[in-house]
Design a protein around this ligand. Structure first.
Ligand SMILES: Nc1ncnc2c1ncn2[C@@H]1O[C@H](COP(=O)(O)OP(=O)(O)OP(=O)(O)O)[C@@H](O)[C@H]1O
Ligand SMILES: [Mg+2]
Length: 328
């Protein structure tokens, strides 16, 4: 078995129930969830719990293969099919024959390439580039993405027919923010594996952060804490690292979800950054929000909450509140 999958929250239990229920079947599975929630881990588990476990699990990173090479990488090519094709290649789909083909980051695949997957998923058919011969293989397809494929389909970026074929069995994976009660358990497991010294009380502060990068981000913060604290974890150290992480997350233009910020001890940092940007843009909310990578409405909501704070008031003259409050 690969790594242990931690989580006892109700929402995560539902995910694991689906993994166990869907694993033995041959039909495609679509794993959906934010970055770092464990989609790849779940794909591996589906394979390991199936009767294909002794056969290969072949990952295909749809966002990493250049568009011009996707078909030949996936389905192989005949010698001489294009310049550089000096010998035959079987391609990744044939390599997965008898096992599982894991289409990772599927939402990043260009729409014209999405059509190439239909015959493989429907009929198990593959055809090498440069060949007329169609071959049948037996693969189970698992796909994963952090893109909202339903929205992408509505916007015309993702094929409806492909989505229908792939979404027979769906596994939504909750974000860490939606299962905060799992944070101490996961953090404990990570720190024990790293051999760090810590107490359960030290870890309580970890629950104040939203982790837009989910478990990967939590793990990175803990590794940093282990290195900086020389294997000894303390609450002040974790607090400091979370503050720094918060600053980084705000600094690099992030989605509104990423910017759903903290209340409590880290709020001061958030305020500091927002005041700084407000100054830079002379109180212009639109520009400030754009620079921070958050929705204007999110910024507005925060300013409303802090309007009594003198640092906010100084940088946002009271005269402006009338119009600011009326803006959506
Ligand atoms: N429930 C879990 N228990 C323990 N470790 C986990 C769990 N979920 C994820 N991890 C760990 O978190 C890290 C990120 O997981 P993974 O690569 O599977 O995420 P992902 O959803 O595929 O992310 P991305 O969308 O960025 O590719 C990995 O190191 C993985 O082992
Ligand atoms: Mg992944």
């Amino acid at each position: 078995m690969s790594e242990f999958i931690y989580g006892t929250s109700e929402s995560f239990k539902k995910t694991i129930e689906k993994v166990n229920l869907y694993a033995p079947h041959p039909w495609p599975v679509l794993i959906l969830g934010e970055t770092g929630v464990g989609k790849e881990l779940i794909a591996k588990r589906l394979h390991e719990l199936s009767n294909r476990k002794s056969m290969p699990l072949i990952p295909v990173n749809c966002s990493a293969i250049p568009a011009g090479l996707f078909e030949s990488e996936l389905f192989g090519y005949e010698k001489g099919a294009f310049s550089g094709a000096v010998s035959n290649s079987r391609g990744l789909a044939r390599m997965a024959n008898g096992g599982t083909l894991f289409l990772d980051e599927l939402g990043e695949l260009e729409i014209n390439l999405q059509a190439k997957l239909l015959r493989l998923i429907d009929l198990g058919e593959v055809r090498s580039v440069g060949s007329q011969k169609v071959e049948s293989i037996n693969v189970r397809v698992i796909a994963a993405t952090n893109v909202d494929l339903y929205a992408a389909t509505a916007a015309g970026h993702f094929r409806q027919d492909l989505l229908e074929r792939l979404s027979v069995l769906r596994i939504p994976v909750p974000s860490l923010k939606e299962r905060k009660e799992d944070i101490p358990l996961i953090a404990t497991a990570i720190l024990e594996r790293l051999g760090a010294k810590f107490s359960a009380e030290d870890l309580a502060v970890l629950s104040c952060f939203d982790y837009p990068g989910n478990i990967r981000q939590l793990r990175n913060i803990l590794i940093r804490a282990v290195v900086i604290g020389k294997m000894k974890i303390s609450e002040p150290l974790l607090k400091q690292l979370l503050k720094e992480e918060q600053k980084e997350t705000l600094g690099v233009g992030t989605s509104p979800e990423r910017a759903s910020l903290l209340h409590g001890p880290l709020e001061a940092i958030e305020k500091e950054i927002i005041v700084d940007r407000l100054k830079k843009y002379h109180g212009n909310r639109k520009e400030t929000a754009k620079d921070l990578g958050i929705a204007k409405s999110t910024l507005h909501e925060k300013l409303r909450r802090w309007k009594a704070d003198p640092t906010i008031a100084q940088n946002w003259p009271m005269a402006r509140w009338g119009s600011a409050l009326s803006l959506a």
